[in-house]
Design a protein around this ligand. Sequence first.
Ligand code: GLC
Length: 481
Amino acid sequence: MVKDILFVSFESLPFIKTGGLADVVYALPKAIDNKKFKVKIVLPLLKKIKDKYIYDLKPAGHIYINTHYIHEEANILSYTNEGIEYLFIENDTFFYRDGVYGYDDDAARFSFFNLAIIEMMFNLNYFPDIIHCHDYHSGVLAALCKLRFNNVPQINKIKHIYTIHNLAFQGIYDKNVLFDLLGFSYLDYANGSLRYNNDTNFMKIALEFSDVITTVSNTYAQEIKTKEYGEGLDSLLRGRSNDLCGVINGIDTLSFNPKNDSNLITNYDLRNFVSGKKKCKKDLQQTLGLNINPDIFVLGIVSRLTNQKGIDLILKELKHILQMDIQLVVLGTGESIYENSFKEMEYNHKGKAVYYCGYNEALAHKIYAGIDMLLMPSQFEPCGISQLISQRYGTLPLVRETGGLKDTVNPFNKYEKTGDGFSFNHYSSYNFKQVLDIAYNLYYQDTQTWRKLIKNAMKKDVSFSSSARDYENIYNWVLNR
Ligand code: GLC
């Protein structure tokens, strides 16, 4: 019998994206075997989505949410995209805003979202076999089911899977959120199960109440059990290590395919990547106002500009980098200190270095194809998506060996001439610079080996297909437990 799975996320492509979460929630359901599992996805109807899709969304239900502080109605709307049904919670008070996160009333917005999903199940008479939540925004759903609705048999039998995409964002709020907004009893706070110091913490509650916890790479699953990476939740994660596992992300290999990517000036594959990438490089240089030179070593960064991503290592070495015979392309937004440094870099090095402050999907594709090496020396990285995309486009990633970067990049071995990227271990700009120099020399001095590494990268399966099988096994396992 086909099992019903409800994905819960605050963002997903093709509708809205602030980070890799949106890529995964979009790509994974398509890779799951729909003869065994029928996946639906529930999302808040954020302004950007509503404005664009309002005429295509079909009414599916209507709900009321009542707690001490929340008295709101919502519509349930449905939309099917690429064979997957998306359910949207429409409530303009909480969701009709320009941004996605970062509002003063986020605690209320996320609480409302979790409560609305429970009401939605009743309203649609849809009780999935498994609820699969992604990141802290839906962190209290399992606890609501198990503590507040456990007397409803259809809810009580639901299994809960929770995927950590980034442990650094937890949703920590005042403890009264639990009572006033979510309607939990004080007893469940007092006995510790909902408590985090003297606060509420959505991520912690999810880790406590979900039946299975997954995260997006094996290495990260190990790292978060240590104090260094555990963000204050390592002891809880160690306690749950029997229920915790890592499943590496893939990418949507249909949207990311140099062979038919319409954003590129020319398409290429394993047979003609040398000429293809050169043309793409020229086109990128032209687009961004860089000096035209198809042979120069072009480095790129496509990233949120935050300290997670190791931007400070790059900035420490920027002077050195800009003395080399290279060009540098940066795309992304983030902390203003990083944005300003890259603006200054562009100003002082016109034609050689460029910074695009913003996000632009079409340009991102051009960059993945047109550069030679992607810089991603993250301090920590649950999985990382850019390194996978760049490999698919024949661009070698330079990464730090952490989390998913460690699991997806086979570092260049100069003796065996193997690998599909470059990496270093200890988080220091010195180590970063050392491996950058190795790559630089290889690019200019041993074209044959460089091309061999490109082939290795392009041949690699970076799709979701094998990880989707892992998720299916987890679903079966939790259902039979
Ligand atoms: C978060 C993580 C990133 C991961 C993505 C999708 O954005 O920072 O490493 O790839 O989620 O799981």
